[in-house]
Design a protein around this ligand. Structure first.
Ligand code: GAP
Length: 514
């Protein structure tokens, strides 16, 4: 199965089993906007809880807030989003379709990379066990040609983007012979900047004055910066301290694809850590390590993550890295960690006219704190888990099953309680077990269909444990507990069920690993 086929299957599975639906589905959807279904929203809540507790509960010097989506328009001038939160866009004059110039070039580079992959596959087939991939990559003329082209285009594109040289970006598109996928022509306009913020109006909508313009926040971080003084005072926070927030963000993304990887309405989990100037690099390394450990504790494979340190930094940052995850479409940014200096607090101080500083009672110093930010997209985190968990298996008896091997503490349903048959008081016993467990775990009761079909349905939504109440239960007060991943079954006395399940599925046990 190719990566594209696998990804298509994952997206279809997410819809069929109530994880993610296209928004406004009965109206044929709305581009890059999605709804979470009955299992998706449970899993999303579990991810949020894992993040919030790791940040706010485990760190005495981090508190959480929940700021409004609408904010004073000056905030987005101070943050630089009005002037600089842009994408370079190009239109095809024949199809009238609009594209992101950098994405057209990235697609071109991806095609060159795919040529390399294809050559390697051919080589492996031809040479079998004696295939030396390293040597092949270093010597095969087709591979070398594709590699040189991909590197050249990447370097020219990065250079043009860094210099905001849009004429060079357009020329590169023409030099690469990139055509519009709709019209098939190279009839391109100039490249222009397009701001990604959504705008609306507050108050009297008939008044078009610019003063009434409100932006839907493109990041949650600014809600933290503008509350720095409030939180520091009300929480009597001493530097270093952090403020965390989970909330919706909105970006008018032109290239909307890869499912919930790039959305127009999405959720972020951000934490701004305020520290003394000069200590920020220490905190930057600390948060790099801490955040990677948070991901790795899920047990999805340490080789699935890597850092991508930024060489070219934004003007306000003095260090930046991404934690990338290996999605089916390659390693891509999952989380960003940025050392943002005093840029945000400093600018809000300038634009608001309020002094935003910290007085250190121990040293009698007053300064504008520096800030290290950790910022992760909740939907992207969701997608990383979904992709990594999805597994199509052929069983020893030749049957197939689709199983979601979701890390148990994040699974939407923890336990399914299943009476083997609808008689001999087995349903009543199953209901009793359900009523006992449901206060601590999200449980599901099912008595319809054969036990095999019920197991498959639970596998497909990633339920770690199925408890079956069978004919032996009335005799010895035990049930079978089936493990989702190994499909092994063991008998467990009913009074021990709670502890047996709890050990594997509680978020607290994940937190203890950090
Ligand atoms: N406050 C910093 C900030 O917003 P960012 O790199 O633009 O930085 C942070 O976004 C994270 O938010 C990304 O690493 C990604 O996980 C998520 N994210 C950004 N844009 C997104 C989009 N259009 N759809 C889904 N997630 C997105």
């Amino acid at each position: 199965m190719t990566h594209e086929e696998l990804f298509r299957n994952i997206v279809a599975h997410a819809k069929e089993y109530g994880f993610v639906f296209p928004s406004s589905d009965i109206y044929d959807g709305l581009g890059a906007v999605y709804d979470y279904g009955e299992y998706g929203s449970e899993m999303k809540n579990n991810i949020k809880r894992y993040w919030w507790d790791a940040m706010v509960r485990l760190n005495e010097n981090i508190v959480g807030i929940d700021s409004a989506i609408f904010m004073h328009p000056k905030i987005w001038q101070a943050s630089g989003h009005v002037s600089a939160f842009n994408d370079p866009l190009i239109d095809n004059k024949d199809s009238k379709k609009r594209y992101r110039a950098d994405v057209l070039l990235e697609d071109y580079i991806a095609k060159e990379e795919a040529k390399i992959e294809k050559e390697v596959a051919k080589g492996r087939k031809r040479f079998g066990d004696s295939f030396d991939e390293k040597k092949f990559l270093a010597t095969n003329p087709n591979v070398l040609r594709a590699r040189a082209k991909a590197d050249e285009v990447h370097s020219k594109m990065t250079d043009a983007l860094n210099k905001n040289d849009f004429a060079a970006l357009r020329q590169l598109i023409i030099d690469c012979d990139i055509v519009c996928p709709i019209s098939g022509t190279k009839n391109w306009t100039d490249v222009r900047q397009f701001n990604l913020m959504f705008r609306t109006q507050i108050g009297n909508a008939s008044d078009d004055s610019l003063d009434n313009i409100i932006y839907l926040r493109p990041e949650t971080a600014q809600g933290i910066f503008v509350n720095y003084l409030n939180v520091q005072k009300s929480g009597r926070m001493k530097i270093p301290f952090g403020v965390a927030q989970i909330g919706k963000a909105f970006r008018n993304e032109i290239v909307a694809r890869q499912f919930i990887f790039r959305m127009r309405e999405f959720e972020q989990m951000e934490m701004e850590f305020f520290c003394k100037p000069g200590t920020e690099m220490e905190w930057f390394s600390y948060w790099k390590k801490t955040r990677l450990a948070w991901h790795q504790a899920l047990g999805m494979g340490n080789d699935k993550y890597r850092f991508h340190d930024h060489e070219k930094l934004a003007h306000y940052a003095n260090a930046a890295t991404d934690i990338e995850f290996e999605f089916p479409f390659g390693f891509k940014e999952l989380e960003g960690i940025h050392s943002r200096t005093d840029f945000d607090l400093g600018n809000h101080s300038k634009f608001s006219g309020k002094k935003i500083q910290y007085f250190d009672p121990d040293t009698n110093e007053t300064y504008t704190p520096y800030c290290v930010e950790t910022s992760i997209g909740l939907d992207r985190m969701f997608l990383s888990i979904l992709c990594n968990s999805y597994c199509e298996e052929t069983l020893p008896d030749g049957e197939t099953r689709v199983v979601l091997r979701i890390p148990a503490p994040l699974a939407p349903v923890k336990v399914a309680v299943l009476p083997l048959v609808k008689k001999d008081e087995l349903p009543e016993t199953a209901q009793k077990i359900m009523n006992e467990l449901k206060y601590d775990f999200n449980c599901q009761y099912e008595e319809k269909d054969s036990i095999g079909r019920r197991y498959r349905r639970q596998d497909a939504i990633g339920t770690p444990f199925c408890i079956t109440v069978d004919n032996q239960t009335p005799k010895d007060d035990t049930v079978t507990v089936r493990d989702r991943d190994t499909m092994e079954q063991q008998r467990v006395p009913i009074p021990e069920l709670h502890d047996f399940i709890s050990e594997k599925v509680t978020i607290n046990n994940l937190l203890r690993k950090l």
